[in-house]
Design a protein around this ligand. Structure first.
Ligand code: ADP
Length: 270
């Protein structure tokens, strides 16, 4: 898979200095190739909405005396502009997350709040598709983390669940404590992910089906962001999915010390 772009030299024991240098050169080449791919991908991804905007602007000019057509094209322009804005925002998020910027201090924070924030942010999109989001699971869990990053990660998972589910379905989000981690799971009964794509969906720009993904306005960056947030926190993200049945994404984040020592919250018992 594609990981961060952090430069790392070879192991410290075993191979002699010459082997080490060769290993570093190979690693440097690999890193350079990943970077070049990334820049090429970004260029391509930015070109699409920009090209569409240029064409639509021309079309609007040509249709100036037909208000209905102008309205339709303007609508599409605003759609493309949204897409462009989302792409730029996600690129900035991603470059911050993997760019070696030191992680802000991890502080104890409530998982309930993170989930509530994410549900809040996806509510509108869910409502538009008649999808209901049910939150449940264990309450009162406390993790060590950066609230904005965790809220973004859970929001991305929920936004995908909405985007890749049919109208009128249900999405469940909830947390539980397990082996020192808070497991935050997002389950949908949507289209699912084919087996051969499951291992790759966390790669930047990877989409299961380009045509399907572009109709949802996807950028292919959402899950790469989730993966970086998870690893920044010393956690992980995994997916279970069955085509046609749905998907569950599970984000694991270390519990704060107190909660890890005693995973049963004070108010457990209801
Ligand atoms: P996108 O912006 O395209 O949604 P992501 O990185 O968030 O990009 O997801 C990568 C791909 O993984 C998506 O294009 C989609 O094909 C697939 N995917 C992600 N979440 C789900 C889901 N809940 N159900 C089905 N497919 C999903």
């Amino acid at each position: 898979g594609v990981h961060g772009i952090a430069l790392q030299s070879g192991p410290t024991s075993g191979p002699g200095p010459v082997a080490l240098v060769l290993q570093d050169v190979t690693e440097a080449r690999r890193v350079e190739a990943v970077r070049r791919d990334f820049v090429a991908n970004v260029g391509h991804e930015l070109k699409t909405p920009v090209g569409a905007l240029a064409l639509l602007a021309e079309a609007v000019e040509d249709a100036a005396d037909d208000p209905e057509t102008v309205r339709r094209f303007a609508n599409r322009m605003s759609h493309e502009a949204d897409r462009l804005a989302r792409l730029v925002r996600e690129l900035i998020d991603l470059s911050r997350l993997q760019g070696g910027e030191p992680l802000p201090d991890l502080v104890p924070l409530g998982v309930d709040r993170v989930i509530a924030e994410a549900v809040d942010r996806t509510g509108l999109a869910a409502h538009a598709k008649g999808i209901s989001i049910a939150s449940g699971g264990q309450h009162g869990l406390v993790v060590r983390g950066v609230e904005s990053q965790l809220a973004t990660a859970v929001t991305n998972l929920l936004a995908n669940a909405v985007a890749y589910s049919p109208e009128g379905t249900r999405i469940a989000v909830g947390a539980r404590a397990r082996s020192g981690f808070a497991e935050i799971a997002v389950t949908d009964s949507g289209i699912g992910i084919p087996r051969q794509d499951r291992g790759r969906v966390f790669e930047r720009f990877y989409r299961v089906d380009q045509s399907r993904a572009s109709s949802t306005g996807g950028t292919g960056l959402g899950l790469a962001i989730v993966k970086h947030v998870a690893s920044n926190h010393g956690g992980s993200v995994t997916v279970w999915s069955e085509e046609g049945l749905g998907s569950t994404f599970t984000l694991r984040i270390p519990l704060a010390a107190r909660a890890a020592a005693d995973p049963t919250p004070d108010d457990a018992g209801d």
